[in-house]
Design a binder for this molecule. Structure first.
Ligand SMILES: *Cc1c(COP(=O)(O)O)cnc(C)c1O
Length: 362
């Protein structure tokens, strides 16, 4: 590979096995949602130690149906951390409820659980911790606060599939619902897609209704539950199930990528990898902070290395700003970036990035 072959911030490939799986699904006339989707849902739930999994068209849709199936809507408030991908907040907006933003921790972009109680009002219905980049929000404390105030908890685990808390329990498995994304920049992907997991049989039934316009039986259409079409497809299920069955190699590679950066970046004074809480957490991305972010991005761009700045803090978007102070969030807003990574990013690429980082003059 030449020294100026472009390196993208994210790399994931699916290869022949995925192509074969999709082709086989189509050959057997499995296109719409059917037995392959069900098999994927069963395996997904089982691997997380959960009773039920419901596939939908995206992680955003997973968050949305999770809220709708809980009856959250106009007049309600949902507490969301200020550092997340905007989909967490937009899912709340789509229900008609109001987003109430909470600041994050000083050293990690996950919800500061100690500010949650100050944000609770008589209209608060739910708390949505986001386990950003596999980092575990403090679920013990969040569930305790929620229990005391009779609030529901929904976990945005879109960036945290197979990431665990310090006790080794998978994220997304301790609250009312765990919501996962199967988008292209996630651990496993069907192009677009999402999954909600739960242990509650009644809630599971309701999720299935909401993802299909409330249809109980397509031969006797009657509507008792509002919903929409968020159905998955069998050829997507075939593609993503194949990745689930061989997940170990993806997990291993992400850990190798992270370790390669950690040892080298630790020696540089002007950039820091954002810390993790425990070794059970899976770094899906390699995220760092540096006060020299903009210069670094253009320096690396000249070397054909793509680095992605972190998305803006949600409160900087006018229609999401619910008031309050976000000092910790703003630091990640200014300094956060993703270094090239991904389940199939070649290690030689990481070495080239590290070499470039070493030569950067801040
Ligand atoms: C990707 C992501 C989503 C949305 O998932 P899509 O599949 O892209 O709709 C929601 N929240 C977080 C934290 C994400 O990273």
């Amino acid at each position: 590979m030449s020294s100026d072959t472009p390196i993208s911030w994210w790399r994931t490939e699916f290869g022949e096995p995925a192509i074969e799986a999709i082709a086989a699904a189509i050959r057997s006339e499995r296109v719409g949602q059917g037995p392959l989707t069900e098999a994927f849902e069963r395996d997904f739930a089982e691997r997380l130690g959960m009773k039920y999994a419901v596939t939908v068209t995206s992680g955003s849709a997973a968050l949305y149906i999770a809220l709708i199936a809980r009856g959250i809507g106009h007049g309600d408030e949902v507490i969301v951390p200020d550092r997340t991908w905007v989909a967490s907040a937009h899912a709340v907006c789509m229900t008609g409820a109001k987003v109430v933003l909470a600041d994050v921790k000083p050293h990690m972009p996950i919800i500061e659980e100690e500010v949650i109680e100050s944000l609770i009002t008589p209209r608060t219905k739910a708390i949505m911790p986001v386990h950003l980049n596999g980092r575990a929000s403090n679920m013990d404390r969040i569930l305790e606060i929620a229990g005391r105030h009779k609030l529901w908890v929904v976990e945005d685990t879109c960036q945290a599939l197979f990431s665990g808390d310090s006790a080794g329990k998978f994220l997304g498995t301790r609250s009312g619902a765990g919501c996962f994304s199967l988008g292209t920049t996630k651990l496993i992907s069907s192009g677009q897609g999402g999954v909600v997991v739960t242990d509650d049989p009644e809630y599971h039934k309701c999720l299935k209704l909401v993802k299909n316009h409330g249809v109980v039986d397509q031969f006797t259409d009657r509507w008792n539950q509002f919903g929409f079409n968020f159905k998955f497809t069998d050829f997507q299920a075939a593609m993503v199930h194949q990745q689930l069955k061989t997940i170990e190699s993806r997990l291993l590679h992400l850990r190798e990528v992270y370790a390669a950066y950690r040892d080298s970046v630790e020696k540089l004074s002007w950039i820091n990898l954002i810390p993790f809480g425990s070794s059970n957490e899976l770094p899906l991305y390699v995220d760092a902070v540096t006060p020299h972010r903009e210069r670094l991005i253009s320096y690396l761009r000249e070397k054909s290395i793509q680095v992605r700045p972190h998305p803006p803090s949600l409160h900087t978007t006018s229609y999401l700003n619910s008031g309050g102070a976000f000092a910790n969030s703003l630091r990640f807003n200014r300094e956060g970036l993703y270094l090239p990574a991904g389940p199939t990013q070649p290690i030689q690429n990481i070495e080239r990035v590290i070499d470039a980082l070493r030569k950067f003059e801040p």
